[in-house]
Design a protein around this ligand. Structure first.
Ligand code: ADP
Ligand code: MG
Length: 314
C-alpha cells in the first residue's frame, strides 16, 4: 500500500456512528449520500498545489479550468451529473490579472459541465493551493463503483493514454506543442461518457494516478485480477512523436490523463453500437494483481503510479 493510502487507512478510516443516509463512504471516487427516493448525492474533493500538481507559472486560465476538471473527473467516474461546487483558495498575493484569468478558466469549465459555484473560502498562504469539492447526483442503484468488476469482463479505457505525461515532459523543455500541452494543462472530465456507462459498466475509475495504479484500485475493491494486453493500449498519438519505450510506460504509469477505465460484459462492437468510444485493453480474471502480455522485451516496468508523497515535485 502506498504511503498515501496507508495514511488514509490508519488515521481516517475510523468507525463512526452509522448514518442511514450514507450509501458509500471512504474508498471510491465519490461518497454517495441518499438525497431522495431515487437519487444519491455524489461528493468528492481534490486539492491542486502549485509546483506539485501543476506548474506555478502555467496560464491561470488553465489552472482554474484544470482544478475544476480534475474534481469533476471523480463525478464522471461514478456516472454522476454535476450540480454544485465549493472552492477553497489559498493565495500568496492578490494579483488581479491572475485572478481574472483564473476565474475565467474556472467558470468556462463550470458552464460547460453545468455545475454552479455555491461557496468556498479564501485565505493567504505562501503556496498557491486550490481545493474544489464537487457535488453531483446519480441513481444509487446504477452508480459506477470500483467494486463491481466481474470475472470475464472486458477492461476498457477512453481516449489515448499517456498524453498528459508527454505534455509534462515537453513542458519542462518549454515545448508547448499540441495535443500534449492541452492534455496536461487542460484535461476534460469524461462526464458524458460516465453517464452513458451507467447501465453498461460493472466497475469504473478515473485515471488520475496512472492506468495500472488506478486499475489496481478496481482489482482490490472487486477482489479479482486482470490480464492486460500491452499491444492494445491506445498510444497511437504518442507513437507519432515518441519511441515505444517512452510511450508505453507513460501510458501505463503516467498520471493526469483523467480518462475513464471501466469493465463491462459487453463487447467492443456492442459498445460502438451504443456510441461509446473506448478501447478494450484486457480482461478481468480470477486472482489478484495485473499480469501483462505482449510487453516488448526492452521495456522494463518498474515504476509506480503517481505517488502524492513522492519527495520531489511533479
Ligand atoms: P481520487 O483519486 O479518486 O480523488 P483518492 O485516491 O484521493 O481518490 O482517495 C481515495 C479514497 O480515500 C477516496 O474515497 C477519498 O475520499 C478518501 N480520502 C482521501 N483522503 C482522505 C482524508 N484525509 N480523509 C478521509 N478520506 C480520505
Ligand atoms: Mg478518482
Amino acid at each position: 500500500m502506498s504511503p498515501e493510502f496507508k495514511l488514509i487507512y490508519d488515521y481516517f478510516c475510523q468507525a463512526q456512528k452509522p448514518d442511514e443516509a450514507l450509501i458509500l463512504g471512504i474508498g471510491d471516487d465519490c461518497a454517495l449520500i441518499e438525497n431522495s427516493a431515487h437519487l444519491a448525492q455524489a461528493i468528492s474533493i481534490d486539492t491542486s498545489i502549485a509546483d506539485r500538481h501543476f506548474p506555478a507559472d502555467a496560464d491561470p486560465f488553465y489552472i482554474g479550468a484544470r482544478a475544476l476538471n480534475i474534481s469533476l473527473s471523480d463525478l464522471a467516474a461514478m456516472g454522476a451529473k454535476p450540480r454544485w461546487f465549493t472552492l477553497a483558495l489559498s493565495l500568496p498575493a492578490i494579483d488581479h490579472a491572475w485572478l481574472t484569468a483564473f476565474s475565467q478558466g474556472l467558470f468556462d469549465a463550470a458552464n460547460k459541465a453545468g455545475i454552479i459555484l455555491i461557496g468556498g473560502d479564501t485565505t493567504k498562504s505562501s503556496v498557491l493551493s486550490i481545493s474544489i469539492q464537487v457535488q453531483g447526483e446519480v441513481d444509487p442503484l446504477l452508480a459506477l463503483k470500483r467494486s463491481g468488476a466481474q470475472i470475464g469482463d472486458s477492461i476498457y479505457v477512453s481516449g489515448d493514454l499517456g498524453l498528459a505525461a508527454a505534455g509534462w515532459f515537453n513542458y519542462q523543455q518549454k515545448n508547448y506543442s499540441e495535443p500534449f500541452y492541452s492534455a496536461y494543462l487542460n484535461p476534460q472530465a469524461q462526464l458524458n461518457l460516465g453517464q452513458k456507462l451507467l447501465s453498461i459498466a460493472n466497475a469504473c475509475i478515473d485515471i488520475s494516478d496512472g492506468l495500472l495504479a488506478d486499475l489496481g484500485h478496481i482489482l482490490k475493491a472487486s477482489q479479482c485480477g486482470a490480464q492486460i494486453d500491452c499491444s492494445l493500449i491506445p498510444i497511437q498519438t504518442l507513437l507519432a512523436h515518441f519511441e515505444l519505450n517512452q510511450a508505453l510506460p507513460w501510458a501505463l504509469y503516467g498520471g493526469d490523463d483523467y480518462q475513464l477505465c471501466f469493465t463491462s460484459s459487453l463487447s467492443s462492437q456492442q459498445l460502438a453500437e451504443q456510441n461509446i468510444a473506448a478501447t478494450k485493453i484486457g480482461k478481468i480474471v480470477k486472482g489478484t494483481g495485473c499480469s501483462m502480455i505482449n510487453l516488448p522485451d526492452d521495456i522494463l516496468l518498474t515504476q509506480q503510479g503517481f505517488d502524492h508523497f513522492y519527495e520531489s515535485p511533479v
